[in-house]
Ligand binder design. Structure first.
Ligand SMILES: [Zn+2]
Length: 278
């Protein structure tokens, strides 16, 4: 699932391929912009903001796309045939040197660059961006102390970038039940710092490895492992729903390593939970 690191890797690749060159052909396969033609304009920048990608052109126009649940961008040479399922293609941007093909994107739209604030202005500090500000993120997180931490961690207004994988993994590593109200978490800055470190570790790969072991089936502690044994204690990992962003609701946790707090699960935090990250 694309999260901030995946989006940054895509932005870096697309920027290297397209920036500085004029678009010679564009094809936006969404009804509202089906007749929009950006050819002739030069790509200035391809920028990631959380899970949003912004293609800025010298015409003062920005193409905005959002990855959604399973969007992707491929780069092919102009002479190559565009493979894969053509019905998934939402966007084609061609220069003399490259053809960028966006598939299964949740959002494709064109707007004035000066109006980008409308689509990304609400976002919190970007975990992998130059505007990262952990103090501000802690402030936004704790603004609503009654909210479940697992839900707050993927609210892009709190911080831009994290999704399901990182919120599940960070809560596990801190020994926090994801249903715990933010106000009951002892060390919120440590949790925010951990999110940053986990995503930084995947900045150049987008591989979402949190265990340090990139091998298939070993890269994560709990995410995607519902019913499997916890890597630390063997307890079956639980899978539940949380938050309000479609299929981003699914979260995973170990009921032993991440004991609930009052009114959530068991009544007493275990010593493991009190000592925090292990
Ligand atoms: Zn466990």
């Amino acid at each position: 699932m694309p999260e901030g690191d995946t989006v940054l890797v895509a932005a870096t690749r697309l920027h290297a391929a397209l920036a500085g060159d004029a678009l010679v052909r564009t094809d936006l396969r969404v009804p509202a912009f089906a007749t929009t033609d950006l050819s002739g304009s030069v790509v200035l920048d391809v920028v990631a903001r959380g899970k949003h990608l912004l293609f800025r052109t010298d015409a003062g126009i920005t193409l905005h796309t959002h990855f959604g649940m399973d969007g992707r961008w491929d780069l092919v040479r102009p002479a190559a045939r565009i493979g894969g399922r053509t019905h998934q293609i939402r966007c084609v941007l061609a220069t003399e040197r490259w053809v960028a093909v966006g598939r299964s994107l949740r959002i494709v739209e064109v707007l004035p660059t000066a109006g980008e604030g409308r689509i990304v202005g609400h976002l919190g500090p970007d975990v992998l961006g130059p505007d990262w500000d952990p103090v501000e993120v802690v402030r936004r997180l704790t603004e609503r102390p009654e909210r479940a931490v697992g839900e707050a961690l993927i609210d892009q207004r709190v911080m831009a970038g994290p999704g399901n994988v990182y919120r599940s993994e960070a809560c596990f590593l801190r020994g926090i039940d994801p249903r715990t109200p933010v106000g009951q978490i002892e060390d919120v800055p440590a949790l925010v710092g951990l999110m940053k470190r986990l995503m930084e570790a995947n900045r150049t790969t987008g591989a979402q490895v949190t265990t340090g072991d990139p091998r298939p089936g070993r890269s994560r502690w709990v995410y995607g492992r519902g019913g499997d044994g916890c890597r630390r204690c063997g307890t079956p990992i639980r899978r539940g729903e949380q938050g309000d962003a479609g299929s981003e609701r699914v979260t995973y946790w170990c009921p032993s390593c991440q004991p609930g707090v009052t009114g959530v699960g068991s009544t007493e935090p275990s010593p493991a939970a009190r000592t925090g990250e292990r």
